[in-house]
Ligand binder design. Structure first.
Ligand code: UDX
Length: 409
């Protein structure tokens, strides 16, 4: 906790990744937090001092600030808050994005006649703050979140930028004050710009990943080519940067796949279809199929083979399997008649996938050992095994593996 700061009481609606991490980080700055979620089981678990998600450092931060964190399923608790963040989920829908939880949260605030500044942290399409104003009469601030799972606390405390969109200067000032401790540059702008900055950022990251994955496909066909060396050479140019140039199985998780689809549909309805984002999605959708085809081309049919997949989560340092490429890989390999067993450092159960207790158990008697998630600890495994080692995340030295993404066969 930070000494000598003015205390604020901050309401957080929606206690998923963004809401819970924001609650913990702002409590650690000395603010009093009231977190509201409509899921009573979640509230009960949080009240008993347990986190509802796996995120490095989150349990510790929640327990260190327990006296400043109150959790409830009652919106009325928000009446005493000085400012409120809306952090509810915005799931996929056939129309692009489903805003029902955002609208219902604001509807609850309207009924309670809440007059305090409210910010939307959930990822929402441009125009959402305007729709909220039309529907409920509440003029809100747009304050998108850029945290990554696995490094969520660091990202919240040390963001590269704070984006605050809105009309009401007093409300904007309240949220500037809340995030002042980060010392990050602040972009103060319209709601619509703030909303689009989030989508444009995630789309750009997705484009970068798909771009390097297409270069990886090309490298696989050129003798003596290796995508990691190509990416290193590209990344030294500061205009390009080395980040998000790691070739592999493609992007998964709850954000990049969903957000690219949502902004693509939105752009289509606006009459300015984002063709590069469209291509990035198509390249990403082909990653698992491309990898499995390549394995079969090299080693023959996977039917009846025993396959160990290392990693099930969508990336390292998380237990999240939403749109996990590794999980998708397990299903694709199984559909070709192979027996799949997976291992993940934090996930001990995964729907529809047999999970081994240790990497050794997973690898034992396997014909193929495939790295599906970029967990750092897989680097230290003993790969002296009769099975073929296939590195689909470019984690290991290429000399150690039989087949690597972005490297000629
Ligand atoms: C992302 C954004 O990074 C974050 O700013 C936003 O707030 C939420 O969405 P997150 O989904 O947690 O964060 O994961 P991220 O680290 O971006 O990785 C997304 C996916 O891309 C993972 O599946 C990862 O394996 C993959 N990835 C990432 C690559 O394949 N190559 C890379 O170089 C980087």
């Amino acid at each position: 906790m930070v000494e000598g700061k003015d205390l604020m009481k901050i309401g957080i609606v929606g206690l998923g990744y963004v809401g819970l991490v924001t609650a913990a980080v702002l409590a650690d700055q000395g603010n009093e937090i009231v977190g509201v979620d409509t899921d009573p089981e979640k509230i009960e678990k949080l009240r008993s001092g347990k986190s509802v998600i796996f995120e490095p450092g989150l349990d510790e931060l929640l327990s260190a600030n327990v006296e400043r964190l109150e959790f409830s399923s009652s919106y009325e608790k928000l009446l005493s808050a000085d400012a409120i963040f809306i952090c509810v989920s915005t799931p996929d829908s056939t129309a692009g994005i489903d805003l029902k939880y955002v609208f219902s949260a604001f509807e609850s605030l309207r009924k309670l006649k809440v007059r305090k500044p409210v910010a939307i942290k959930s990822t929402v399409i441009p125009g959402t703050a305007g729709s909220v104003l039309e529907r409920t009469g509440i003029g809100c601030v747009s304050n998108p979140e850029f945290l990554r799972e696995g490094t969520a606390i660091h990202d919240s405390v040390h963001p590269e930028r704070v984006v605050i969109g809105g009309i009401d200067k007093e409300n904007i000032a309240v949220f500037r004050e809340i995030w002042k401790f980060t010392s990050a540059p602040v972009i103060e702008t319209t709601n619509e710009n703030a909303e689009l900055i989030k989508y444009a950022s995630n789309s750009f990251l997705a484009v970068k990943i798909s771009f390097i994955n297409e270069i990886a496909n090309l490298c696989e066909l050129i003798p003596e080519c290796d995508v990691n060396i190509v990416a290193e050479g590209m990344g030294l140019d500061p205009r390009i940067s080395p980040l998000f140039l790691r070739a592999g199985l493609g992007f998964g998780g709850s954000c990049l796949p969903k957000d690219t689809r949502a902004i693509l549909k939105f752009s289509d309805t606006m009459g300015a279809k984002l063709q590069i984002v469209d291509a990035a999605i198509r390249v990403n959708n082909d990653r698992v199929h491309h990898a499995v085809e390549r394995i079969e081309k090299m080693y023959g049919s996977l039917g009846d083979r025993k396959v160990c997949i290392l990693g099930i989560a969508f990336k390292d340092d998380t237990d999240d399997v939403r749109y996990s490429k590794s999980w998708e890989l397990a299903k694709e390999i199984e559909s070709r008649g192979a027996r799949v067993r997976a291992y993940d450092p934090v996930l001990h159960h995964a729907s529809g996938v047999e999970v081994a207790k240790s990497p050794e158990e997973c690898m034992k008697n396997s014909d193929f050992i495939i790295i599906g998630t970029e967990w750092n600890e897989f680097r230290n495994l003993n790969f002296e095994t009769p099975g073929k080692v296939i590195d689909l995340r470019r984690l290991l030295d290429v000399e150690l593996v039989d087949l690597a993404v972005g490297k000629h066969d």
